[in-house]
Ligand binder design. Structure first.
Ligand SMILES: *Cc1c(COP(=O)(O)O)cnc(C)c1O
Length: 489
């Protein structure tokens, strides 16, 4: 970047604010509270506005253009969610205020629990976990607690299909279980024969992402659940892909015992950049007592003259807290607002349009890109970003070139079972025009891969930085400004 940074623009005496005249007697600060070694930049208002506006433009978000990042459900986040989360009664509650002073907040949490129970078909919900992966860990801990409670401690294995999200085996390992990989068959379902071979008395459970990371609904989900229950295991559902199922299928009705929701995916709260998210867990009747607490309970239903009364309680055999205080309350307010806004019919429409949009894109680009599991998909699909007659071009090149066309790249190199994978999830909030524009860009890039491969190898061409060492960029973050010369500040 050539623009000077904010410290380099600093000029002694320059300022951006005029403080009002002091209308109280001046009192000197105690000496030990005064620091004169804080080197703060001195700038005018316009310098500061330009600095932060420029920084904001280096970023990419759903408010700029389509964000087809597979498995992440980057739908548009309605701004009314933000308004609701900033209502002073919500925003200024202190986490240490007791239930009697936070009845409104507890009502909101209670209703959200109830709606998530209804949406997923579950007997209980806890809003504690901070994200999807955290919900998985809570689920694994419940699986452990359930078997232990029955003095069934031989169960050491969690079965995980090879099309699962990477967090599944990670949560399994953190919970002290051994993960056993189950292969997929050639339609992208779990290989039932392989599953049958692993089902025995050492199975604690199976973690199933359905629709899976190929965007496919497992055609044998009932048999899978029967097999796992048949050998005494529990069924964990990774609910990050609930966008495809809302109002259509309830995992609890299928026989899942646990499912985590990603409020920051399915229920339209912003995500990326490390959070905050929210990953509530829903459970079937036999796991209700093990839910992480506290959860909100209506201790008095109320009537016309009396408002209902809520309290925070721990289920009888709770695995305990998994998060400080009550979880990420601001995220809950946003998800609650979204649900209130779209209602029951709106939820069903979300799933219908998410699935329609993904299938529309799949069919529009499948002559230009190989789609290895080319059957009706759910909310996303996986294409291959490589061609035999375009040697040297990889999925990464396609992804980077999409940035030049103004799009965030799709998820790539995941799931691992597809060679040079590009995982595309348009979500329901893109219009037909926007889907067509994206498909046109994809098709153009497939053409360039054959006619002008160097333009792909060099991409992106329009960003402040070109290709980065992505591992180093993620692992060695440089977050502090270091002046080039000492006297620059
Ligand atoms: C996003 C995702 C997760 C993890 O959720 P986080 O909120 O990012 O921790 C787990 N499984 C699937 C399928 C996902 O897409």
């Amino acid at each position: 970047m050539t623009e000077p940074l904010i410290f380099e623009l600093s000029s002694p005496g320059r300022k951006g604010v005029e403080l009002p005249e002091c209308d109280v007697p001046e009192t000197p600060l105690p000496k030990d509270l005064i620091r004169d070694d804080l080197l703060l930049p001195e700038l005018s208002e316009v310098d500061v506005v330009r600095h932060f506006t420029r920084l904001s433009q280096l970023n990419y978000g759903i408010d700029i253009s389509a964000y087809p990042l597979g498995s992440c459900t980057m739908k548009y986040n309605p701004k009314v969610n933000e308004d609701a989360a900033r209502l002073p009664g919500f925003a200024y509650t202190h986490p240490l205020q007791g239930p009697e002073e936070a009845q409104g907040n507890l009502l909101l949490m209670f209703e959200l629990q109830e709606w998530l129970k209804e949406i997923g078909g579950f007997a209980g919900v806890s809003l504690q976990p901070a994200a999807g992966a955290h919900g998985e860990l809570a689920g694994i801990m419940m699986i452990h607690a359930y078997h232990h409670d029955r003095k069934d401690d031989r169960r050491i294995k969690i079965l995980i299909p090879d099309s699962a999200h990477g967090t599944n085996p990670a949560s399994t390992a953190m919970g002290g279980f051994q993960s056993v990989e189950i292969p997929s068959d050639d339609r992208g379902n779990i290989d039932l024969e392989a599953l049958r071979r692993e089902c025995d008395g050492t199975v604690a459970g199976l973690m199933l992402t359905n629709p899976n990371t190929l965007g496919l609904f497992d055609e044998h989900v009932r048999e899978i659940i029967e097999l796992v229950h048949g050998c005494g295991g529990l069924m964990y559902g990774d609910g990050a892909n609930m966008n495809a199922l809302l109002g259509v299928v309830r995992p609890g009705d299928l026989g899942f015992d646990i499912l985590h929701y990603n409020l920051h995916k399915t229920f339209s709260t912003p995500h990326g950049g490390g959070g905050p998210g929210s990953g509530p867990v829903g459970v079937s009747e036999r796991l209700k007592d093990f839910l992480p607490g506290p959860i909100v309970e209506a201790v008095d239903e109320g009537d016309e003259n009396r408002p209902p009364k809520f309290d925070l309680i721990f289920p009888r055999k709770s695995i305990g807290r998994v998060k400080a205080f009550h979880g990420h309350f601001g995220v809950m307010v946003k998800a609650y607002t979204y649900l209130r806004m779209i209602g029951k019919d709106g939820l069903r429409a979300v799933a219908d349009h998410a699935v329609l949009n993904a299938n529309y894109l799949r069919v529009r680009i499948r002559d230009a890109y190989r789609v290895p599991y080319d059957r009706i998909c759910m909310h996303e699909f996986v294409a291959e970003g490589a061609w035999e007659d375009a040697p040297g071009i990889r999925a990464l090149d396609v992804a980077k070139r999409l940035m030049d066309y103004g799009y965030h790249p799709p998820t790539n190199y995941f799931p691992l079972i597809v060679h040079e994978a590009l995982m595309i999830e348009p979500t329901e909030t893109e219009s037909k025009e926007s889907l067509d524009a994206f498909a046109d860009a994809m098709i153009k890039i497939a053409g360039e891969a054959h006619t002008d491969p160097d333009v792909l190898h060099g991409a992106p061409h329009i960003t402040a930085f070109g290709r980065m060492d992505e591992v180093r960029a993620a692992k060695q973050l440089v977050l502090r400004y270091v002046p080039k010369e000492k006297n620059q500040i």
